[in-house]
Design a protein around this ligand. Structure first.
Ligand SMILES: NC(=O)c1ccc[n+]([C@@H]2O[C@H](COP(=O)([O-])OP(=O)(O)OC[C@H]3O[C@@H](n4cnc5c(N)ncnc54)[C@H](OP(=O)(O)O)[C@@H]3O)[C@@H](O)[C@H]2O)c1
Length: 309
């Protein structure tokens, strides 16, 4: 081992975790964060949207922590593949429950199945979502409704059945994945923006309604631009090709932040400093925002099909 230069003071030999305590542990020790109410390890955590992007990354992060993961999305064969990776990564168990969250009965049935298998739900991270592009007057009713149904009404389905369990248990965490676009407005994404503003309102309502339960937490997390397949699967009425606008972050980074919400639940979180700057610009300079956001968005995130970046 190379020795330290002699002019540096000698530190007592401490185990590394004592020298570098995790930020959450420091904050908790300082009384800034409440202790986790997501239960003892291994926790039982349901992850929706687990077949792709942020949900998949969250399930893998939980698996590395040794938790029980319950993987939910519509594509069963993809979930089976994710479950295998989860087990390899150290999950205590990985249960695949295919469900269409747009359908309330599917959500009720999946929560019942989790209770049947594990007897409890320590946390649910709701990451399922879809996006569509196009001016409000160009998008057909079917597309508009589908985006609002999956992002907002499915979130309400998930909340309805999860909160019943958490209230009965008097403990647990529900994490709703919102978006930066639940705080600001951008052109050509009206149903998505409407749905994500709605998810933020839903989270706030649930927080008020569960305020009598000190060990139940509802967390609303707002990612900015994240590099996931959601941009490829997006329907675009103008036939444009979409990509995450820079600066984008990885789904793994968001997954770690979502898992951190279970360790130290807080009511709301943004996933990057850029989000705060953009929300401030939207709030403080609306006229400038409204003129600049369309061209900026087109330049950074959309191009006609068949053209190069
Ligand atoms: N990527 C970004 O830049 C970004 C930014 C801010 C917020 N977000 C939010 O983050 C969340 C995850 O997005 P992502 O980027 O990870 O997208 P993604 O990679 O496309 O994953 C979306 C997931 O949702 C599932 N899903 C869609 N509709 C569903 C339904 N009706 N029932 C059950 N599962 C359904 C999909 O699985 P199946 O197709 O197998 O059902 C998939 O697992 C979404 O809420 C999104 O709005 C993303």
């Amino acid at each position: 081992m190379p020795s330290l230069p002699s002019f540096l003071p000698r530190l007592p030999r401490l185990p590394l975790p004592l020298l570098l305590p995790a930020p959450a542990a420091v904050a908790r020790a300082a009384g800034l964060l409440r202790r986790s109410d997501a239960g003892p390890h291994p926790r039982v955590v349901v992850v929706t949207g687990a077949s792709s992007g942020i949900g998949r990354a969250t399930a893998l992060e939980l698996s590395r922590r040794g938790d029980h993961v319950v993987l939910v999305a519509r594509r069963e064969e993809v979930l089976d593949e994710v479950a295998e990776v989860c087990r390899d990564e150290g999950a205590a168990s990985a249960l695949v429950l295919p469900a269409d969250l747009d359908v309330d009965e599917d959500v009720a049935a999946l929560v019942d199945l989790v209770l049947e298998r594990h007897g409890r739900v320590d946390a649910l991270v709701h990451s399922a979502g879809v996006v569509a592009y196009g001016r409000a007057e160009e998008l057909d009713a079917e597309t508009f409704d589908a985006v609002v149904r999956t992002n907002l009404l499915a979130s309400a389905n998930v909340a309805r059945h999860t909160m019943r369990v958490l209230r009965r248990q008097e403990r647990g965490v529900l994490v709703l994945v919102g978006s930066l676009l639940g705080h600001v407005a951008v052109p050509d994404m009206t149903p998505y923006v409407v749905s994500k503003w709605g998810v933020r309102a839903l989270a706030r309502q649930l927080q008020i309604e569960s305020s009598d339960l000190p060990h139940v937490h509802v967390c609303h997390v707002s990612p900015g631009s994240v590099d996931t397949p959601i941009y490829d699967s997006a329907l675009d009425s103008a036939g444009m090709v979409n990509r995450p606008p820079p600066p984008s972050i990885s789904p793994e980074r968001v997954g770690r932040q979502l898992v951190a919400c279970l360790d130290a639940p807080g009511p709301r979180a943004q996933t990057g400093l850029t989000n705060y700057a953009l929300v401030a610009a939207f709030t403080l300079a609306p006229a400038v925002w409204d003129r600049a956001i369309g061209p900026a968005f087109d330049l950074l995130s959309r191009r006609p099909a068949g053209t190069q970046d």
